[in-house]
Design a protein around this ligand. Structure first.
Ligand SMILES: C[S@@+](CC[C@H](N)C(=O)[O-])C[C@H]1O[C@@H](n2cnc3c(N)ncnc32)[C@H](O)[C@@H]1O
Ligand code: SF4
Length: 378
């Protein structure tokens, strides 16, 4: 039986953070009930298509899935267990925000089969939290973490961001020290991306915001990596670190270019050589599903050339690199036969290493990954 992963998007948040341009809003909460109903209809519409698949991982992301009543999450997962083959299910993750959990909610998550939680913490500095529009305080992280542990969910990821306005290297390491101290199993530490259509972007353009310069930002990244490696974490993807055995299986599906189906607003899917994505208009999404029509907004056929490019570019995001044997198995040729010149060029530039089984970025290459990735596009 073929394997597939499911991503389910919950676009509701309590308020909009100043840096975030994800499909999420804080002003459509009257639509929660109809939205969840639509997700269930969407799942129903995929039942026949997925009858030869077993679900490998489930990721409920957002938005803030923990901002809505836990009964909705329970309902979605129950529906999946009843209507799909989940005998091979390895990991079910939900994204939560500190301050949105209660013991009842976490118990319901556990009862629903959730065995991994990803918490958006961003920083443990209260002034910084306020300056980026977060509604929780550092203390809420500790409370939420404790609740999860008490109910028996121990596979916890924490999202942090470095390169925030006025942030120093000491501040970056201080948050890291605190989350490592409580024993989190997985850490995603992202560099701030200044996205258009966000409050931070406007403030920056009005000259009201100071961001760390590029050299400081790179130094932050190196210090984070060094700190976490010294504390027993594996650096396994550009922005991701975990204690041994706690890699995020769901995200590895993306980086390994395996199949996934996205449900909900603006969700993206990749299966059977096609990439497709849903509408990002919530009214349209609900309307289509009321009419029992899939809310797909665009699609692209992925030919082998594109699949090869994606396999290489996403493969380079993993610290162990592009799996050369898997490349040969999938594409029936050696990677060197296709990209020999490019590989030699970047080996000479000290940006990649060509090992027996993997091609991976060097330390310098991790800072300049764009230069390498671009060359893998034919
Ligand atoms: C889909 S968001 C949702 C997580 C959850 N709602 C929260 O905010 O706690 C996942 C993560 O992406 C990261 N993120 C969002 N916008 C970002 C940006 N502009 N730059 C860097 N990281 C960002 C944050 O660390 C966030 O926790
Ligand atoms: S970062 Fe998370 S909580 Fe903040 S607006 Fe984005 S999705 Fe919502």
């Amino acid at each position: 039986m073929k394997e597939i992963s499911l991503y389910i998007h919950i676009p509701f948040c309590i308020s909009k953070c100043y840096y975030c341009d994800f499909t999420s809003f804080a002003y459509e909460n009257d639509k929660i009930h109809d939205y969840i109903n639509s997700v269930l209809i969407e799942l129903e519409l995929y039942r026949e298509k997925l009858k030869n698949y077993t679900i490998k991982t489930i990721f409920i992301g957002g938005g803030t899935p923990s901002s809505i009543d836990g009964k909705y999450i329970y309902e979605i997962l129950k529906f999946i267990y009843k209507n799909f083959n989940t005998t091979g299910l390895m990991e079910t993750t939900i994204e939560v925000n500190p301050g949105t959990l209660s013991k009842e909610k976490v118990r319901l998550y556990k009862e629903s089969g959730i065995n991994r939680v990803s918490m958006g913490v961003q920083t443990l500095d209260n002034n910084l939290l306020k300056s980026i529009g977060r509604i929780h305080k550092a203390e809420d992280f500790y409370k939420s973490y404790k609740l999860l542990e008490e109910v028996g969910i121990e596979n916890i990821n924490v999202d942090l961001i470095f390169g925030l306005p006025n942030q120093t290297i000491e501040n970056v390491i201080d948050s890291l020290y605190k989350v490592v101290q409580v024993g989190v199993k997985h850490i995603s530490y992202y560099g701030l991306i200044l996205e258009e259509n966000t409050k931070l972007y406007d403030l920056y353009n009005e000259g009201k915001l100071t961001l760390p310069d590029e050299d400081t930002e790179r130094e932050m990244y190196h210090k984070i990596t060094e700190y976490l490696i010294n504390h027993g974490y594996n650096h396994y993807e550009i922005s991701n670190y975990c204690l041994p055995g706690y890699e995020c299986k769901h995200n590895l599906v993306y980086w390994d270019v395996n199949s996934y189906l996205g449900l909900g607003l603006n969700s993206h899917s990749y299966m059977e050589s096609k990439r497709f994505f849903n509408t990002s208009n919530i009214n349209n999404y609900i309307k289509k599903l009321n009419e029992k029509v899939l809310p797909i907004y665009g699609e692209e056929i992925i030919d082998q050339e594109t699949e090869i490019e994606e396999f290489c570019i996403l493969g380079l995001r993993k610290i162990k690199g592009i799996d050369k044997l898997e490349f040969e198995r999938r594409f029936k040729r050696k990677i060197e036969n296709l990209y020999g010149d490019i590989i030699s060029k970047h080996v000479d530039n000290n940006l990649i290493v060509n090992e027996k089984d993997y091609i991976k970025l060097t330390k310098k290459g991790l800072d300049l990954s764009n230069l390498v990735e671009i060359d893998f596009l034919k």
